[in-house]
Write a protein of this length. Structure first.
Length: 348
């Protein structure tokens, strides 16, 4: 029988509980800064508590979403520029929630790695907290998993979980009809989808992440890591203005796949590609990778990160509400009889 007095420890097996505790203590202030009405308990318990009545709801329907950051993580890990990845994680979840008409209320994160770096993990989670605070969402819990042998040195993975609520009877999409207007909200880059193709284009171009960006200032790696935009404040303002029939978060599948998700049977959309200017990053990807327009529109957001479907007679009201939040918008098309997406014009 083994001599238990000199037996192995968990730390010797590669899991440092003290490092995990140090991480929790470091991120507690960031998490507390996200508190909002409804939060009942912060980090440290076995679960996070949230009071829907205290948040102002009388007959709520809960909406949940989960997502990750995809292979954009690879660029962040390779460059060490991880501070914006937390916003990517939050945005991918809360931007989806608001498309259902829900207000994102709280968020939980999952950070998994082979060997925990307190500083690296804290930078990621602090980014999560900043993004949560920016859209009125509480960071009420999470999990840090240190799993030796599961990840190469320095690697980690992220997952996020968001829960929101809406009053019964207010779910979206609803009442989408022929003649509705499509209002596009600008993206600020690739966001968090299509990075397997992005990385392939960069490899084909023979560039490193520290190379000068061919389409912007700074390095290529930093330019491609621009954090996904948070559309919650703008989308909720548009919904409250009235006349919003649907919202589509333009993620994997691009405009081609995501806009039809809010359409009822028998309706499609016409989108005018000349209604907005294609951001330089997408022009560079298309030219360098020889990516045809249909592939670009089906893989990337191509400059439009969120589409709002609004009643034609309410479109100006919705646009004014969006402008009040600082959004730059473009009328990019309309709902028509048929199915799917029909494009006109060309990407400029």
């Amino acid at each position: 029988m083994a001599d238990l007095r000199n037996g192995l420890t968990y730390a010797e097996a590669g899991v440092d509980i003290d490092a995990g505790n140090a991480l929790v203590e470091r991120i507690k202030p960031a998490a507390r800064a996200t508190d909002r009405p409804g939060v009942m308990a912060g980090l440290g318990g076995f679960g996070g508590l949230f009071d829907l009545k205290a948040a102002g709801y009388t007959d709520p329907i809960l909406v949940a979403a989960t997502d990750g950051v995809g292979t954009k993580l690879r660029i962040g890990i390779d460059t060490g520029l991880v501070d914006g990845l937390g916003q990517d994680l939050v945005a991918m979840c809360v931007n989806d929630l608001v498309c259902q008409g829900a207000e994102p209320l709280f968020f939980l994160d999952y950070f998994a790695t082979g060997k925990l770096s307190v500083d690296m993990a804290a930078r990621v989670v602090e980014g999560i907290a900043r993004a949560c605070a920016a859209c009125g969402t509480a960071l009420i819990g999470g999990e840090t998993a240190e799993m030796p042998g599961m990840y190469p040195a320095g690697d980690f993975d992220l997952a996020g979980f968001a829960v929101g609520a809406m009053e019964r009877g207010t779910a979206l999409p609803a009442r989408v009809q022929e003649g509705d207007v499509l209002i596009g909200l600008a993206s600020n880059g690739v966001h968090s989808n299509g990075y397997s193709l992005v990385r392939r284009v960069v490899e084909t171009a023979g560039l490193g992440w520290d190379a000068a960006s061919p389409f912007s200032e700074g390095t290529l790696g930093a330019a491609l890591l621009a954090p996904t935009r948070l559309y919650v404040t703008a989308a909720l303002a548009a919904i409250r203005a009235g006349g919003v029939h649907g919202l589509a978060h333009v993620t994997g599948g691009g405009l081609t796949e995501n806009v039809p998700r809010v359409l009822p049977e028998g309706l499609g959309v016409e989108i005018d590609l000349s209604a907005w200017t294609l951001p330089p990053v997408f022009r560079w990807l298309a030219d360098t990778g020889g990516i045809a327009a249909p592939e670009l529109l089906k893989t990337f957001n191509s400059g439009i990160g969120m589409v709002i479907v609004a009643a034609a007679d309410k479109a100006e009201t919705v646009e004014a509400a969006l402008a009040g939040t600082g959004e730059h918008t473009a009328r990019i098309g309309r709902v028509v009889a048929g199915q799917g997406v029909r494009y006109s014009g060309t990407l400029a």
